[in-house]
Design a protein around this ligand. Structure first.
Ligand code: NIG
Ligand code: FE
Length: 424
């Protein structure tokens, strides 16, 4: 029996999220649920989806690994489309300062923040980064994530940026989760370039980007487009160059101060613009018109005690909204999908359906993979999660707690929570 031939049947709800592109506006509220559903995976690829009775008719089940999902919800694996998962060192001390009232930007301006993690990442060997990365990916997996985006950006020099990207390249080989890699060389201004930001952008364009592209170390190029970090013009310069070289674009946009990041994302045809806490009405509408996915990161707003991004307004204005963790050592040290679900539903007025769309098919669209993952459709990868409750409505209801029981990746079961308690 091929291990990657799987039947999951009798699911109380088979939440397909069906579709091969981002869902925008009202479409986000429709999950396409099949009651008493089944899915067949062969060689890791989804072969059939529908009512159990119809799907298993005439099939010799002895050729498959069969999962009975009676009383359970079956959904696509989550796609965490914005993380900074490879870094050395932690910033627990800074978190305490923030709890006492210091702001993220104040800490950054006195040499903490991203630069602090740059030091930690420079000091760590590639092997250490890989070991840390594995643990973090395992944790994400336990929350039902099957594909994750990962950014560089804790190097800011040639060697360390490349080391981070190589660590992700290796992780992609040794860990079952898929990692889509983003080059974020322009994540902060290094000390030696303070006041010479234009020169730093030129350094990235001339010395690092060509190697990243040539060695295929990243698919996306990203920048922290923010007041006192990189301006809209500097961002345009770097991202236009990356686009010319054939890279896809992302932006950390309008996170702390509204400087026109959303508008720039629309102008450049970025795949996604992320954060957007301060995005203007015009910027949001321009993103909707230009098919830029709005990737919202409520864990970060929560952790920074900022107002949440205007997810409701974005959806009502026709945007495709994705949700992601922004897992990183500073502004958001959490990989918890249940937390993101709680924040989106309870604080951003997103419905459970929109929230799940944002974490599946729209997460896939945010990394340009909506044709391959993010839904349970024939032809897509067999990346599927079995949740312990009979309805997807339990996900927001079970506040802050993971409902994930089993994770199937490319048709192979790689996580089974029940095994953890076998001896109890
Ligand atoms: O997405 N905003 C910029 N970058 C990260 C924070 C990184 C850090 O604080 O280490 C973010 O929030
Ligand atoms: Fe980020």
């Amino acid at each position: 029996m091929n291990k990657r031939n799987v039947i999951i049947k009798n699911a109380s709800e088979l939440v397909t999220c069906k579709g091969f592109e981002a869902k925008r506006g009202k479409e986000m509220d429709e999950l396409h649920v099949i009651n008493d559903g089944a899915v067949i995976i062969e060689d890791g690829i989804i072969k059939a989806v529908g009512k159990t009775e119809e799907v298993v008719k005439g099939i010799d089940e002895s050729n498959y690994q069969v999962f009975d999902a009676l009383g359970k919800t079956v959904m696509p694996g989550f796609v965490d489309s914005h993380t900074h998962l490879v870094f050395g060192g932690y910033r627990a001390e800074e978190f305490s300062w923030r709890l006492r009232g210091d702001s993220y930007m104040e800490i950054m301006e006195r040499g903490g923040g991203i630069i602090n993690s740059v030091r930690g990442t420079m000091e760590a060997s590639k092997e250490e980064l890989i070991e840390l990365g594995k643990k973090r990916l395992n944790s994400m997996l336990s929350f039902g994530v099957t594909t994750v985006e990962g950014k560089s950006g804790y190097g800011l020099d040639y060697d360390t940026e490349i080391k981070q990207l190589e660590a992700m390249e290796e992780l992609n080989k040794v860990h079952p989760l898929d990692i889509i890699t983003t080059f974020l060389g322009a994540h902060a201004v290094p000390k030696d370039y303070k006041g010479k930001e234009d020169e730093f952008i030129d350094f990235i364009i001339e010395k690092v980007l060509p190697v990243v592209k040539e060695r295929n170390l990243a698919e996306f190029c990203d920048i922290f487009c923010e007041k006192n970090v990189f301006s809209v013009n500097q961002s345009r310069k770097l991202l236009s160059k990356a686009k010319e070289m054939g890279m896809k674009l992302k932006l950390h946009a309008d996170e702390i101060v509204r400087i026109g990041g959303a508008e720039l994302a629309a102008e450049l045809g970025a795949v996604s613009a992320d954060h957007l806490l301060q995005a203007s009405d015009e910027g949001i509408k321009a993103m909707a018109q230009n098919n830029v996915v709005a990737t919202l990161l409520p864990g970060t707003a929560f952790s920074l005690k900022e107002e949440f991004a205007r997810g409701r307004f974005m959806i009502d204005n026709g945007c495709a909204v994705a949700l992601a963790s922004d897992f990183n050592p500073g502004s958001c040290f959490t990989e918890s999908i249940p937390l993101i679900i709680s924040l989106a539903t309870l604080h951003m007025n997103m419905t459970p359906e929109e929230t799940i769309t944002a974490l599946t098919i729209n997460g896939a669209a945010a990394i340009d993979r909506a044709d391959e993952i993010g839904s349970i459709d024939v032809g897509k990868k067999g990346d599927i999660v079995i949740h312990e409750f009979p309805s997807y409505k339990f996900l927001p209801y079970h506040i802050g707690v993971s409902t994930v029981e089993k994770v199937i990746k490319n048709g192979e079961m790689i996580y089974d929570r029940n095994k953890l308690f076998e001896n109890i």
